[in-house]
Design a protein around this ligand. Structure first.
Ligand code: COA
Length: 169
């Protein structure tokens, strides 16, 4: 199997990414509130940057865990996304993305959403590639690394349950 690049394990710090978006009228519903689908699109992009920085390859989104939208976001607000790879496996990476809304005038920040997305590294033909392992260094990174392992077990169990259900017809 071809590799995505340097296969040495990488610290989480190398994948940390930040993205800022200004909410414009085209991102909002008729009441001026940000559309959930637009936020999901941005979350996917912000997570993809971290997965790309970790693997230095093309990546595709394999799955998104549960998403909550905790506070409304209005036209004119700034939306801040911070993402990093929590843990890597053979070809996949779990990325955590945290989202805040920043008031344009006061600068006050509120937590909007936290998401866990899984990306798979692929080559230009869409074939899966092995990815470097993650080295968690800080206390928070170690906690996220361990929590990612539990979430993977839950995802795998759910995938198995769905496969069994579909085999039963
Ligand atoms: C995601 C995709 C590459 C998985 O490939 P696959 O051959 O079906 O799956 P495999 O069973 O070989 O799994 C490959 C890796 O993906 C992970 N994976 C597969 N489905 C997953 C899911 N639903 N959630 C989380 N991880 C998943 C596996 O755990 C495995 O990880 P590992 O190699 O690190 O152990 C493939 O299904 C695909 O290309 N999907 C479309 C992706 C896409 O287009 N996304 C954009 C949105 S449309």
């Amino acid at each position: 199997m071809e590799h995505s690049g340097n296969s040495n394990p990488r610290p989480v710090a190398e994948s940390i990414s930040e993205m800022v978006e200004l909410v414009l009228p085209n991102d909002a519903n008729p009441l001026g509130a940000l559309l959930g689908g637009r936020l999901m699109h941005w979350i996917d992009l912000a997570g993809g940057f971290a997965a790309h920085r970790h693997s230095r390859s093309f990546v595709v989104t394999a799955s998104t865990d549960h998403l909550d939208f905790l506070v409304p976001v209005q036209v004119g607000d700034l939306v801040i996304f911070k993402s990093s790879v929590n843990r890597a496996y053979r070809t996949s990476m779990e990325v955590g993305i945290k989202v805040w809304v920043e008031s344009f005038f006061t600068g006050e920040r509120k937590h909007v959403s936290s998401a866990y997305l899984t990306y798979v590294a692929v080559d230009r033909h869409g074939r899966k590639l092995p990815v470097p392992q993650v080295i968690p260094q800080t206390e928070d990174e170690i906690r996220r690394f361990e929590d990612a392992g539990h979430r993977r077990e839950i995802r795998n169990a759910e995938k198995q349950r769905k496969a069994n259900a579909s085999n039963r017809g």
